[in-house]
Structure formats: C-alpha cells, structure tokens
Design a protein around this ligand. Structure first.
Ligand SMILES: [Zn+2]
Length: 175
C-alpha cells in the first residue's frame, strides 16, 4: 500500500478511506493520526434461555405474559419474566389479549440502523386487560397527532417470523 494521503479536514477522511482504505489525518496541532478502513462482522449467537417461549409464541401470533405463581401476589407481567419482580416467586406463562390501550407513547425522530427506514416511528407502552405491567412496542399506521392515552390498539405479527421482538407491533384498533 502506498503511503496514505494526508488530509487536514476530518470530513475528507471518509472519502479518502473509501478511495484507498487509509488516510493520515493532520489535526490543528499538526499531530498526524493514521486511520484505516477496517470493516468487520461478527457472528452473534444469542440464547433467549427461559424467555424462549415468548419469542416462539410470536411466530404463532400470540403474546405471552408471565403470571406470578405466589397465591399472595399473582402479579401479571406483560413481558417475559422467569421470576416475579415484586415477590421473587416463579412465574407461569399466560396468553395476553391481542388488543390493549396506549398507556404512553413517544415519536422517535432518530433511530438505530434497524429502524432508519421507518423513522420517524412511534414507540408505545401498551396496557392489557388482566396485566399489571406494560409492553413496549412499535405503533405503526398512526402519525403523532393521531395518538392519545387510552387509544385502543391491536397486535400485528410478522408473516415471516425472525424470532425477534420486531416480529410484533401494534396498530390502531380497527373497530
Ligand atoms: Zn409475585
């Protein structure tokens, strides 16, 4: 590789990296830093462990919550929980209704790479009949001005499951 080109504006670094794969950035104090374009990828093996039934159920268009088995507690989480956050008791799965209501929401005008194509997008905390906690989810097919606390919403599921939380989202209830 030829000696990298020296650039004095940081905005020129990207261009030089794209062209030759390396650049030397000389800052305002004349310090020179060698910068390389060094793409990498990793294979990430992730276990859902005791949360696995929740993600498998999404593929069957079901939302599972977790109910505390302690008869004095019986707290119902609208999320996978192997143990109760209130009393520490073991939980069992229960199916949540496919409809709920908006408890709160926010519209995101910046998102991570996975969501850039749908930005701006809505995130909502959804409450369910029979559950004591909330589920954080995306709320599609609605603009910010449509949204309100208590708005009825219903679940949608990916036709081709990828076993990720993005297999689930909500839309305004049709009826
Ligand atoms: Zn409990």
């Amino acid at each position: 590789m030829a000696k990298p080109k020296v650039v004095e504006h940081f905005r020129d670094v990207q261009e030089e990296l794209a062209r030759s794969g390396a650049a030397i950035f000389r800052d305002k104090d004349a310090v020179e830093s060698l910068i390389l374009d060094d793409p990498y990828s990793i294979r990430y093996i992730h276990s859902y462990a005791e949360d696995s039934p929740f993600f498998l159920a999404l593929a069957e268009k079901k939302i599972l919550g977790s109910r505390c088995t302690n008869p004095k507690c019986r707290f119902v989480f609208a999320t996978p929980r192997s143990h109760c956050m209130t009393c520490g008791g073991a939980t069992q799965w229960l199916e949540l209704p496919p409809r709920g209501r908006v408890h709160s929401w926010t519209t995101c005008h910046f998102g991570s790479e996975a969501f850039l194509k749908e930005t701006p997008y809505n995130l909502a905390m959804v409450e369910f009949e029979g559950a004591n906690s909330l589920l954080l989810t995306r709320l599609k097919d609605a603009v910010e001005s449509d949204l309100y606390v208590g708005m009825p919403v219903e679940a949608r599921f990916a036709e081709t499951p990828r076993y990720r939380i993005t297999d689930l989202w909500f839309v305004p209830a049709r009826t």
